[in-house]
Design a protein around this ligand. Structure first.
Ligand code: AMP
Length: 374
């Protein structure tokens, strides 16, 4: 199911198809599209990885360093808008302070050939929205493992004063070994003084959001905080466990549902999901921020029993697919036990030495007896 980022008027959300909601329509000034060259500065653009709210993302290679990168090129429309352009640069610079294994790193922001672009760490893998489409609802322990890692990345962002504001399966990239990277901090705003670039927009009544995952207070245009991300992460977990977000319908219907409608509990949609986990999801998705977990640390603690490897995890059979990357996971693994999973277990050497000594003594004695006893 597509979850196009939409720009909606919080006060008068339109009853439109979620895919066709106009994107920043009041800011767009269409003009001739420029042709993108193969090289942007030192980066060779190889192929398109995807498209987001502000432009297209390309797999690229830094020619001199032979290093892969993801290059996000600002769209013509956004480039033509001085306010958006300035915000793009301001946010790119602000993102440079984020440094966490579960967040895609921002390396550079620059202009070449008339294009403005952001250079990001290339994160191979597929996003959880694609995974969900391919596989349907995920096993509980696997879904929790992904959300656990996202929570670790978000905790770091929050500690640095950032709120993501657009947490959803499409913004969580999973690599082959199950490591999760948080994408698209394009909507993220630093809450630090002097960095509140979005406040004017919120005040004027426009809210950037993805209707399937938006927190009620965000849709109302209220200032978000860490609990806003807790809500969207809860909806993301809900979707991973049940196969879809909780509310269907038009954008307006979804926004209203997030404000007022109780979602069907996860364990009712999928009875094999532990009741306790279903309750954690429900608390993450509480309509009132005060009733949610107050921080990502609290979310991680609540999810801990449902991760693979924990005694009460649904089943150990998913352990192979559960993430093993990321600080939090490694910390949990090493705290849980002294065992180092990357080291083969060694057998004690002394029984072998003892056996060899006994055999040698017996052999030598027999030899002596044969020679001298005969
Ligand atoms: P965004 O504009 O950030 O929403 O990105 C659009 C799509 O491009 C994502 O859904 C990903 O599939 C892809 N993408 C974005 N950033 C990266 C990255 N750093 N590494 C790999 N793929 C990415």
């Amino acid at each position: 199911m597509p979850t196009t980022r939409a720009t909606v008027r919080a006060s008068r959300a339109q009853a439109a198809d979620p895919d066709t909601v106009s994107v920043i329509h009041d800011l767009v000034r269409p003009r001739e599209a420029k042709v993108l060259p193969d090289m942007l500065g030192p980066y060779h653009l190889i192929r398109t990885l995807g498209s987001g709210g502000v432009g297209r993302v390309f797999l690229a290679e830094h020619r001199a360093m032979r290093r892969p990168a993801a290059v996000k090129v600002l769209s013509d429309e956004a480039t033509a808008d001085p306010e958006l352009l300035e915000r793009f640069y301001r946010e790119a610079r602000a993102l440079a302070v984020l440094d966490h294994p579960n967040i895609v790193r921002a390396y550079d922001v620059r202009e070449a050939e008339g294009f403005h672009f952001l250079v990001l760490e290339y994160a191979p893998g597929q996003d959880l929205e694609v995974l969900l489409r391919k596989r349907g609802p995920l096993p509980s322990a696997e879904a929790v493992g992904y959300i656990w890692q996202a929570a670790a990345g978000l905790a770091h962002a929050h500690a640095k004063g950032f709120i993501h504001r657009d947490v959803k399966p499409g913004n969580l990239l999973v690599d082959e070994s199950g490591g999760v990277k948080l994408l698209d901090l394009g909507l993220a705003r630093s809450n630090r003084p002097g960095d509140g670039s979005v406040s004017g927009r919120v005040d004027s009544g426009t809210v950037m959001c993805t209707p399937d995952y938006v927190a009620p207070e965000q849709a109302r245009g209220e200032p978000p905080d860490a609990r806003t991300d807790v809500y969207s992460l809860g909806v993301t977990l809900y979707a991973l466990l049940t196969g879809r977000p909780p509310f269907e319908g038009t954008v307006a219907q979804k926004l209203i549902a997030h404000q007022s409608k109780k979602p069907r509990p996860v364990h009712e949609v999928r009875p094999e999901v532990p009741h306790g986990l279903s309750e954690v999801v429900a608390r993450m998705m509480a309509k009132t921020p005060a009733k949610r977990y107050a921080s990502m640390a609290e979310v991680s603690a609540a999810l801990a029993p449902y991760k693979a490897g924990s005694p009460s995890a649904e089943t150990a059979r998913f352990a192979v697919t559960v993430p093993t990357k990321g600080t939090t996971d490694w910390a949990a693994i090493t705290a849980d036990s002294d065992a180092k999973p990357w080291q083969a277990k060694r057998r004690p050497v002394w029984p072998v030495l003892l056996g060899a000594t006994v055999l040698a003594v017996v052999g030598l004695s027999l030899n002596w007896l044969v020679r001298h006893g005969a």
